[in-house]
Design a protein around this ligand. Structure first.
Ligand code: PLP
Length: 391
């Protein structure tokens, strides 16, 4: 047995079901051609980054001193960039943050890893609603915590606050939510987030320690109904993890941030612990070129309308065929129920038609399948007859 970390070895050798499905799709595309395979596995944005990103990057190359452009920034990110991003949040959400509330990092993944490591002590429990983004398990365990999935309401995939109330214990360090949601596309209404805030307030008081709320928001701007609530308005002890991967279609540039609002209990200590986690994990000095780019593009998004068109096309088509699917008002995922109880068996039947999907089991919720519809609309048109054949 090699003298490596067995945990890391296991994580590195067993790829996720999402990655495996994507690799299978690539293999089939090589064999039968891209027009014959419909791959709905990955959440890789299909709309290009906006022109403003390109313009900002080109201007930076022309105008900024290359030593500054490519140099290390302070560990938590360039001060002027953080101030610009805080000003944008203040404009949009009527808040009063300074740049010192922000820590820039590598996407939402880097943000979550830093926050969980900063909060996590051995034995801590982190609660999340299932289905959930599978990497939560990996991130929480790396922070020496335990992930406790709480089933969402099966009929609509909204938060089940009664079930959450049952699951909270004195060991609960934080609740981790994701709205708009991957994999369901569901958006949590403001009233429910307020009720969640009241629940956490009451249980924090009962246990004599703050239960934090971690709001993982890479899909904040991809919302087709009313704009999503600003979660810190619903509970003051909220830590926001944000990413430009989806809103600006920049997943490869690895940029996001952690927001620790000053109203949060022990905000400055937690900020220091996040800096410590960044240092320990190596998430310091987020990619400098794209720090400057996102500051110039604050408030801009990619053309997200395409996702709504895809959602409408696919949701309408599937419902007409008899698939049952919770109302997906955001992100770019559908999570319909599978005709048979065994979602993996359904995905295997789909694969036989070169339709590539991910079973809900991967997200902690069997009997469903995730369809990642950030794809060209023609792919959805080609896939619909295959979905019909499967049902
Ligand atoms: N959280 C959720 C719910 C996601 O879906 C993703 C990526 O798909 C991430 C976090 C990680 O995003 P990033 O690319 O910004 O690291």
């Amino acid at each position: 047995m090699a003298g490596f970390s067995q945990r890391m070895l296991a994580l590195g050798t067993a790829s996720s079901e999402i990655r495996e499905a994507f690799a299978f799709a690539q293999q089939r595309i090589a064999q039968v051609g891209p027009q014959n395979v419909e791959d709905f596995s990955l959440g890789n944005p299909s709309v290009p980054a906006p022109q403003a990103v390109r313009d900002a990057a080109l201007a930076l190359f022309q105008d900024l001193d290359p030593v500054r452009l490519h140099g290390y920034t302070p560990a938590q990110g360039d001060a002027a960039v953080r101030a610009a991003l805080a000003a944008d949040l203040n404009r949009r959400f009527h808040t009063n943050y300074s740049g010192d509330a922000l820590y820039l990092t590598c996407g939402a993944a880097g943000a979550l890893c830093c926050v969980l490591s900063a909060l996590g002590c051995p034995g801590d429990e982190f609660l999340t609603f299932a289905p959930y983004f599978p990497e939560y398990q990996v991130f929480v365990e790396s922070a020496e915590g335990t992930l406790v999935p709480v089933p969402a309401r099966l009929e609509d995939f909204q938060m089940d606050l009664e079930a959450l109330a049952q699951a909270i214990t004195p060991k609960t360090k934080a609740v981790l939510i994701n709205t708009p949601n991957n994999p369901t596309g569901v958006v949590y209404p403001q009233e429910d987030l307020r009720r969640l805030g009241l629940l956490l307030q009451a249980r924090s008081a009962a246990y004599g320690h703050t239960i934090y709320l971690i709001s993982d928001e890479p899909y904040r701007e991809i919302c087709f109904a009313a704009p999503p609530a600003w979660v810190p308005d619903c509970y003051p002890h909220t830590i926001v993890c944000y990413s430009y991967s989806k809103s600006l279609s920049l997943p490869g540039q690895r940029l996001g941030y952690i927001l620790i609002p000053p109203e949060l209990e022990d905000a400055s200590l937690l900020y220091a612990a996040v800096c410590g986690a960044g240092r320990a994990l190596g998430y310091v000095c987020a990619p400098s070129l794209f720090q400057f780019v996102v500051a110039k593009c604050a408030g801009i998004t990619a053309d997200l309308q395409l996702y709504k068109e895809n959602r409408d096309l696919l949701l309408h088509g599937l419902r007409e065929m008899g698939y049952s699917c919770a109302q997906p008002d955001g992100a770019f995922y559908l999570f319909p129920r599978t005709p048979e109880a065994d979602a993996r068996a359904f995905c295997a039947r789909a694969r036989a038609l070169d339709l590539i999907l991910v079973p809900g089991d991967s997200f902690g919720c069997g009997g469903h399948v995730r369809i990642s519809y950030c794809v060209p609309p023609e792919q959805i048109q080609r896939a619909l007859p295959k979905f019909r054949q499967l049902v």
